[in-house]
Design a protein around this ligand. Structure first.
Ligand code: SAH
Length: 209
């Protein structure tokens, strides 16, 4: 990483993640090593490590670093796990998951973003499969998954995604109405039942039907 970006990245980890609730060394290390500036438009690269989401084109956003780290930590990932992400966007979240040694499958509704993310992830040699498609369907051919991370907000929990989660698996998902505040939920599938934990309020772009 170029030196100035590396400094901003270290600073992001120190000031935005460690001082808040992020404890997992693996997650902190991933956030410290994945070059976030390579996942945002060129003209915004100098803002890549700031404490906020950023526009990535087509009305979509890359999530705030803290939210990426928090959601990742909640999944309690181990190397080798098979993970499904809904809403590839820039590909940054997928890169973090891949850095942790997971096998990552990610679905993006907008072709232009899917293509761009695919290119960026391949250039950095991250082990990810990007599909252009509708996240509500999940990825049945590759199911079941150890964990699912949804980075766009539906207003209900999509049944197909629950079906594609392993028993004991975790799913993190923001649920709520379009253009309002949503509730970030952690769902654990146990003996065909879902244990739901409400975390905190968030604002994501809508998960389009
Ligand atoms: N995880 C991304 C940020 C996601 S923004 C990152 O790290 O950059 C949410 C993304 O979800 C947008 O790119 C949007 O196009 C996509 N999206 C919205 N509805 C979707 C759907 N039904 N299926 C798949 N992707 C969807």
């Amino acid at each position: 990483m170029a030196q100035s970006f590396e400094m901003n990245c270290n600073k992001m980890v120190e000031e935005q993640l460690k001082t808040r609730s992020i404890k997992s060394n693996a997650v902190l290390e991933a956030m410290n090593n994945v070059p976030r500036h390579l996942f945002v438009p060129k003209k915004l690269q100098n803002f890549a490590y700031s404490d906020s989401p950023l526009p990535i084109g087509m009305g979509q956003t890359i999530s705030q670093p803290y939210i990426v780290a928090f959601m990742t930590e909640q999944l309690e990932l181990m190397p080798g796990m098979k993970i499904l992400e809904i809403g590839t966007g820039s590909g940054y979240q997928a890169a973090i998951l891949a850095y942790l040694g997971c096998e990552v499958y990610t679905i993006e509704l907008l072709k232009e973003l899917a293509d761009e993310a695919k290119k960026n992830l391949a250039a950095l040699n991250f082990n990810t499969k990007v599909k252009h498609g509708n996240g509500y369907m999940g990825w049945p051919e590759e199911a079941p998954f150890d964990a699912i991370i949804v980075t766009a907000a539906p207003n209900y929990i999509p049944e197909k995604l629950i079906e594609q989660l392993k028993d004991g698996g975790r799913m993190i998902i923001p649920v709520g109405e379009v253009h309002s505040v949503q509730l970030l939920k952690l769902i654990t599938k146990k003996d065909k039942k879902n244990i739901e934990k409400n975390l905190f309020s968030v604002m994501f772009v809508p998960m389009v039907e």
